[in-house]
Design a protein around this ligand. Structure first.
Ligand code: NAP
Length: 327
C-alpha cells in the first residue's frame, strides 16, 4: 500500500465527528497537505461555490464526510431537507471532483441504506433488496445515490480518466466529537450525558428507553478513520477483486454485539456511577438486532483496534472537556 504523504487532501465535513477523526488519522499518518473549509466558508449544497473551490484547490484525494445528519425526530420532521441537502452535497462534490480529475474519493454512507428487514448480519449484497426503514428513508435514498454516483463515475470514466471513487458504510459510531444534544443524540452519547448528569446531581436513578434487550454494534470513530485511510489507499486490483461491478461499497463494523443493558452498565462503570439503571418498557425498543457483516474489509486486511470499554473511556474523557452545559 503506497501513500504519497505530500498529496493534497480535502476532507469535507472536517468539523464533524467522522471528518475530524479522519483529519487526526491523516496527520498521525504523516500527511502534510490537508485542506478543509467550514460550512460557513463553503456551503457544499451550492454548485457554483463547490465548482470554484475545486477549480482553485485541485486536490489529489477527497474524503466526503460532510452530510446533513440527525436522529429519528429530525429525519421525520425535515425529510425534504435531509434528501435535498445530502443529494446536493454528494452530486456537487463528486461531480466537481471529477471535473478537476481528482483521482481518488471516499464517500461516507451509513448502515441505514440496508432494508429494514435485511438478514442479520447485514452484508453488502442486501442493498436494494427490500423496503427501507420509513423514518429515515429520504436520508437513506440520498446515501444510496452517493454509492451509485461513485459507481457510475467509475464505470463511465474509471478507465478513460483514471478515477477510482469508493464508498464505505460504517456501523454506529461513537467517540470524540459526538453529539450530546438531548433531542438528537445516539444511544452512547445519550447515555453518557444522562448518567454523568445523574452522578453530578447525586440522583440515584437513570431511566433508559426500551427494555434494554436489543443488541447493537459500535465502532470507535478513530477505528473508522483508520479503516477510511486503509480503503482509500488499498491497491485498486485488491479493491476490484473484493467487490463487484455494481456492488462496490464496503461495510465497516466491529463485529462485536452488546445489549443496551450491558452497554448502560459499562458506561456507568466508566463514569463511576453507582445508582440504578431503570429501563422504561413503555418506550420503543427498535430492531432486536442490528449488525453489519464486515467480513469483506476484514478479508482485505483491516480490523478495529479499540475495544468498546477503552473507546468509552476515551469518549468520556473528551466529553469532560465540553462546555459546562454537559457537566
Ligand atoms: N455518527 C455515526 O454514528 C455515523 C454512522 C455511520 C455513518 N456516518 C456517516 O458519516 C458521515 C459524517 O457523520 P458525522 O457523524 O461526522 O456527522 P456530523 O458530526 O454532523 O458532521 C457532519 C459535518 O458536515 C458538515 N456539513 C453539513 N452540511 C454541510 C454543507 N451543506 N456544507 C458544508 N458542510 C456541511 C457539518 O457542518 P455543520 O455542523 O456546520 O452543518 C458537519 O461538520 C455522514 O455521512 C454519516 O452518515 C455516521
Amino acid at each position: 500500500m503506497f501513500m504519497d504523504l505530500d498529496q493534497k487532501i480535502y476532507v469535507a465535513g472536517h468539523r464533524g465527528m467522522v471528518g475530524s477523526a479522519i483529519v487526526r488519522e491523516l496527520i498521525r499518518t504523516g500527511y502534510k497537505n490537508i485542506i478543509t473549509k467550514t460550512h460557513a466558508e463553503l456551503d457544499l449544497t451550492d454548485q457554483v461555490s463547490v465548482k470554484t473551490f475545486f477549480e482553485r484547490e485541485r486536490p489529489h484525494q477527497v474524503y466526503l464526510a460532510a452530510a446533513k445528519v440527525g436522529g429519528i425526530h429530525a429525519n421525520n420532521t425535515f425529510p425534504a431537507e435531509f434528501i435535498y441537502q445530502n443529494l446536493m452535497i454528494e452530486a456537487n462534490v463528486i461531480h466537481q471532483a471529477f471535473n478537476v480529475r481528482v483521482k481518488k474519493l471516499l464517500f461516507l454512507g451509513s448502515s441505514c441504506i440496508y432494508p429494514k428487514l435485511a438478514p442479520q448480519p447485514m452484508a453488502e449484497d442486501s442493498l436494494l433488496t427490500g423496503k427501507l426503514e420509513p423514518t429515515n428513508e429520504p436520508y437513506a435514498i440520498a446515501k444510496i445515490a452517493g454509492i451509485k454516483l461513485c459507481e457510475s463515475y467509475n464505470r463511465q470514466y474509471g478507465k478513460s480518466h483514471g478515477i477510482d471513487y469508493r464508498s464505505v458504510m460504517p456501523t454506529n459510531l461513537y467517540g470524540p466529537g459526538d453529539n450530546y444534544d438531548l433531542e438528537n443524540s445516539h444511544v452512547i452519547p445519550g447515555l453518557i450525558r444522562k448518567i454523568h448528569e445523574a452522578k453530578v446531581a447525586g440522583i440515584q436513578e437513570v431511566i433508559a428507553w426500551g427494555d434494554g434487550t436489543p443488541s447493537r454494534e459500535f465502532l470507535f470513530v478513530d477505528d473508522m478513520a483508520s479503516a477510511s485511510l486503509f480503503l482509500m489507499n488499498l491497491n485498486q486490483d485488491v479493491y476490484i477483486r473484493m467487490t463487484e461491478d455494481r456492488l462496490s461499497h464496503i461495510n465497516i463494523g466491529s463485529s462485536q454485539e452488546i445489549t443496551i443493558i450491558e452497554l448502560a452498565k459499562m458506561i456507568a462503570v466508566v463514569i463511576g456511577y453507582s445508582g440504578n439503571l431503570i429501563f422504561d418498557t413503555s418506550r420503543p425498543n427498535g430492531a432486536p438486532r442490528k449488525l453489519m457483516d464486515s467480513s469483506r474489509i476484514n478479508s482485505m486486511g483491516w480490523s478495529p483496534k479499540i475495544n468498546l470499554k477503552e473507546g468509552l473511556y476515551q469518549t468520556y474523557k473528551e466529553f469532560l472537556t465540553r462546555p459546562s452545559i454537559y457537566k
